[in-house]
Design a protein. Structure first.
Lengths: 506, 500
């Protein structure tokens, strides 16, 4: 039987710790019921060394977790707990995350590769705020009373929790994506079966421990690390799951929606890929725009669904802008997450590394020019340095496909109409940025860009109280803000007759 | 004048020492009032003076308002993100909860209410309100509004600025929380005057305000007399909004002063003469308990006291028998005795007023069913009192008594009950007791009151709005609705293409 915990040594900070490695069901860590289930190996992408292995859940484990979540929903959660209680528990969870932020940051960095300081101050800092934000909503879920006929009917809506939610989260911001899902779902009274990414399961398991410590009743949150094709597929097809929320690739998103349609028409929300454009107009503060452009493609080593991976610069300022952009991009140090100097870490896995390099090679092969990068690093670690292509055209793979690495494609335009047209020429619609000092232009262009989030004179920075999600094939539904609550609520309309007598037959 | 008041509690339900600062709390510090006035704080259990605290005048209110304005401009308002404001409110809630018993003891000492009730209703209630509004602080949202493609229109829900709050003596700490929590959540700074009768818990809270991290000047607590410091708040030209809870009589003065000074926004939570209507199909046991809770809670010193009790003919005798038994069983005594339900009324003035109403009830021909006399010979205790054979024009039926005195009227039909229940200048709350749900809804919808309780009474909820119809008030507290009182809506129209 696989062990249910592992001892990890983090050499860089001299830290030794035990982390849970079992499946988390009913507030307990347990083995898989499937003896044939192969454990999942968690790998350090900076060194390519294994960290430890965790139990991988099978479809049968998903069944057990769903049953636990359903039982909790019917007895100790859902309508059996007040918003006030839910608020208290979410705030407690946030406090515990804050208490453990340093340890969590180190394990996040170890497994995902991102710099420790960024993991702590941004990923975890934002996650703590997110939980607190939704703690504040938990006792403020209101419906409406609606005027119909004062003599006969009282009509009102109740915003019920949807029920048991399957949540499938990615590997690029493991803790942050966990918080984005858990916060609103629990605030609304739903119970959860969470499938963290098979690449980065460790912090989800550590957070599960905090769920139990915070006092959530057993079964409210269950965590089943497993392969997407196993656990993710099982959740999407499960007849006992009322809603599935997925963040990941568009390819997988389609499968999830299909499985939902074919099983029980469960509600689906999807946060998918992007090929988000940034547009630099001639009136922009070019230095600032170059900074935001770098942030847009290099933050998290480009492994961001809203990565600003296409950049269109107005002709009149093109040369000047490029001369600012390239040296700035070069300044970013990609290295081990525990190295103080690192501004970005490796990409998360060999598969991702190979994929990014295939795109870099295709860029050159299809005729784009390399303004920066293009040299594969020797040695251990999935490190990819900032890469910039210019002289692109709309048919190149590097311009059409999501690369999910630090690879930027830069194009040029003459007119505002052309810029908008280029920016919108994609099946994606997640993010977009524009840089301009012309207020009317900012208004026109932000209106015209087909994206769920448009940044004006900024990029990439989100806030927990502002909604986030995709247009077109970048997704369905919104996360964050008050809008996320809609994803976890089921509206019931009640028509209460207190004064009408029915004549029969009509 | 000493700068602190120390009291040693040695009671069956609470033992401990409490130290209360007695100055004016302005700009993060305790200061003496400009005109060096003081006011005495009395223990209503025995009428003896406990201590004196600073009494502010218009000069102090002006200083506090200036401090609040400076704080608003420099270190509060929209300069501090909602998330931060929420954090501080949560911290304050934590600190208050950590000191729950001490605050409950001070409240019991000063107001005369049972310690066990003060713990749950007053202090526990205040903690809940602070936490609830902490959650709203980063969720104050305006709208973007579709007009046409050449204009971008949106609203901002900005804080008003410096707001004034004048609070009563019946639930001092809880009323303080109802005012400061939404005001701070929305980004305002505050000048608050606690009641001259009950300043102790407000003053004891000040060090916690500092510890919670609120910058200097964000919350200022100025004790003083209503006619002096309260009036000064209503007249002050810097304060842009005043929230008052108290009597209708004083509420008029606040509104008048606001109109004459700078047209500051006004919200008022005033008196009531709330009806409880009991139909003859009720669960008798439960109805008696709830109706009792409606009038005798806090010794009848609640704005929503269900002080007019309409009992349907069919159940009248049975109800009155049980109701008298229930009222007679209420334990009067020392607030710190574990089984005390009712302590003394808050002051000599209130005591005399209530006894005056009881006298008038007798003189105008109502029948004393039980009670009607002072209880004991020390302190301001009054027996739970029930009058029957009441007529609509009697003083005890028309005017707010604010004591443990119920006026009972028999009725026959639903229409009669509704008509009589609405025959009042007030409109704060009502309670309807019946098993017939259709009737419950009809009646609840027909009574002219801001809160209708069905098969319960006197049981507000922080998420549900609260306020008066008619002369019971202006505006709503609690729930999301309270935020409107503390925001100024700005509409922004951005021309993105219209040319003249």
């Amino acid at each position: 039987m696989a062990s249910l915990s592992a001892r990890i040594v983090i050499r860089a900070t001299n830290r030794e710790l035990e982390i849970p490695t079992g499946l988390f069901i009913d507030n307990q860590f347990v083995p898989s019921v499937d003896s044939a289930s192969e454990p999942i190996q968690a790998v350090n992408p900076s060194t390519e060394e294994p960290i430890c292995s965790v139990v991988a859940g099978s479809a049968k484990d998903i069944d057990i977790a769903v049953a636990a979540a359903r039982k909790a929903f019917n007895t100790t959660w859902g309508k059996n707990v007040t918003g006030f209680e839910r608020s208290k528990l979410l705030n407690k969870l946030a406090d515990l995350m804050e208490r453990d932020q340093d340890i969590l940051a180190e394990v996040e960095s170890l497994n995902n590769g991102k710099p420790v300081k960024i993991a702590r101050d941004f990923d975890i800092g934002d996650s703590i705020q997110c939980l607190r934000y939704y703690a504040g909503w938990a006792d403020k879920i209101t419906g409406q009373t609606i005027e119909v006929d004062n003599k006969t009917k009282l009509a009102f809506t109740k915003h019920d929790p949807i029920g048991v939610c399957g949540q499938i989260i990615p590997w690029n911001y493991p803790i942050n994506m966990w918080a984005w899902k858990v916060g609103p779902a629990l605030a609304c009274g739903c119970t959860i079966v969470m499938k963290p990414s098979e690449l980065t399961p460790l912090t989800a398991l550590m957070l599960s421990k905090l769920i139990a410590e915070a006092g959530f009743p057993p079964g409210v949150v269950n965590t089943i690390p497993s392969l997407g094709s196993v656990g993710g597929a099982a959740l999407s097809a499960h007849m006992g799951v009322d809603k599935v929320a997925f963040t990941g690739s568009t390819v997988t998103g389609r499968k999830i929606m299909e499985a939902a349609a074919k099983s029980n028409l469960k509600k689906v929300s999807l946060e998918l890929g992007g090929k988000s454009p940034q547009i630099v107009f001639e009136s922009a503060d070019l230095d600032q725009a170059a900074n935001w452009a770098c942030l847009g493609i290099l933050y998290n080593t480009g492994q961001d669904c809203t990565a600003g991976s296409r950049l269109y610069v107005q002709d009149t300022v093109y040369d000047k802008f490029i001369s600012l952009l390239v040296p700035k991009a070069k300044e970013l140090v990609i290295g081990d997450g525990f190295d103080e100097k690192s501004g970005g870490g490796p990409v998360v896995s060999k598969t991702q590394f190979d994929k990014v390099w295939r795109y870099i090679e295709s860029g050159s092969a299809q005729g784009a020019k390399l303004a920066l990068g293009g040299q594969k690093r020797p040695g251990k670690g999935f490190f990819v340095d900032p890469t910039i292509f210019t002289d692109i055209n709309a048919n190149m793979d590097i311009v059409r496909d999501e690369i999910f690495g630090p690879v930027l494609s830069v194009g040029r335009f003459k007119t505002e109409e052309e810029a908008i047209s280029l920016a919108n020429d994609t099946s994606y619609g997640l993010g977009a940025g524009l840089h301009s000092n012309d207020a009317n232009q900012c208004m026109r262009v932000s209106s015209a860009l087909e994206a769920g989030t448009v940044w004006v004179n900024q990029y990439n920075l989100l806030n927990n109280n502002v909604p986030f999600g995709g247009k077109k094939q970048s997704g369905i539904g919104r996360e964050l803000g008050s809008y996320a609550l809609e994803e976890y609520t089921s509206v019931k309309a009640v028509h209460w007759n207190f004064g009408e007598k029915l004549d029969w037959p009509l | 004048m000493s700068s602190t008041f120390t009291y040693n509690f040695d009671t069956p339900t609470y033992k401990g020492v409490s130290t209360v600062p007695t100055g004016l709390f302005i700009n993060g510090k305790f200061v003496d009032p400009v005109e060096k006035g003081t006011l005495d704080v009395v223990n209503p259990v025995n009428g003896k003076v406990l201590t004196s605290v600073a009494a502010g005048t218009a000069a102090d209110i002006e200083i506090a308002a200036q401090a609040a304005k400076k704080a608003y401009k420099e270190r509060w308002g929209l300069k501090v993100p909602g998330t931060e404001r929420g954090k501080m409110l949560n911290k304050l809630a934590d600190l208050l909860e950590a000191n729950l018993d001490e605050f409950a003891a001070l409240e019991a000492l000063n107001v005369g209410k049972a310690f066990n009730m003060a713990r749950i209703m007053d202090v526990g209630g205040a903690v809940g309100v602070l936490r609830y509004y902490a959650g709203w602080a980063d969720k104050i949202q305006g709208k973007t509004i579709e007009t046409n493609e050449l204009k971008m229109a949106y609203t901002r829900h900005e804080p008003i600025g410096v707001v004034g709050a004048i609070i009563p003596w019946n639930f001092p700490l809880a009323m303080l929380s109802w005012k400061i929590a939404p005001a701070l959540a929305a980004g305002n700074t505050i000048v608050l005057k606690p009641s001259e009768l009950t300043p102790l818990t407000a003053l004891r809270l000040c060090p916690l305000l500092v510890e919670a991290g609120f910058p200097d000047g964000v919350i200022n607590i100025v004790s003083g007399y209503g006619s002096i410091a309260g009036q000064a708040i209503s007249e002050n030209m810097i304060i842009e909004k005043v929230a008052f809870t108290g009597s209708t009589l004083v509420g008029r003065k606040v509104m008048e002063a606001a109109a004459k000074s700078n047209l500051k926004k006004v919200t008022l939570e005033l008196g009531g003469k709330s009806p409880s209507i009991i139909f003859d199909d009720v669960d008798l046991e439960q109805a008696v308990k709830w109706v009792g809770h409606g009038i005798f809670l806090n010794h009848g010193q609640a704005c929503t006291a269900g002080s007019r009790i309409f009992v349907q003919e069919g159940i009248y005798d049975a109800f009155m028998k049980k109701f008298a038994e229930h009222a007679s069983s209420l334990k009067l005594g020392d607030p710190f005795a574990p089984d005390t339900y009712q302590g003394p009324q808050v002051s000599q003035g209130q005591f005399e007023r209530i006894m005056g109403y009881i006298k008038s009830g007798k003189e105008e021909g109502a029948t004393v069913h039980i009670g009607g006399e002072r209880h004991g010979d020390e302190g301001y205790f009054i027996q739970p009192t029930i009058f029957t054979d009441c007529k609509p024009d009697m003083k005890i039926v028309r005017e707010e008594i604010f004591g443990p005195v119920a006026a009972v009227i028999k009725f026959t039909t639903e229409e009669e009950a509704i008509e009589q229940a609405n025959d009042t200048l007030y409109g704060l709350a009502c309670s309807v007791f019946t098993k017939d749900i259709n009737r419950a809804i009809r009646v609840a919808h027909s009574i002219e009151a801001g809160t209708a309780w069905v098969n319960c009474s006197n049981i507000p909820d922080v998420g549900v709005p609260f306020g008066g119809f008619k002369q019971s008030g202006i505006g709503r507290e609690l729930g999301e609705y309270a935020l409107e009182n503390y925001t100024n809506v700005k509409a922004v129209h951005i021309n993105t293409g219209m040319c003249l």
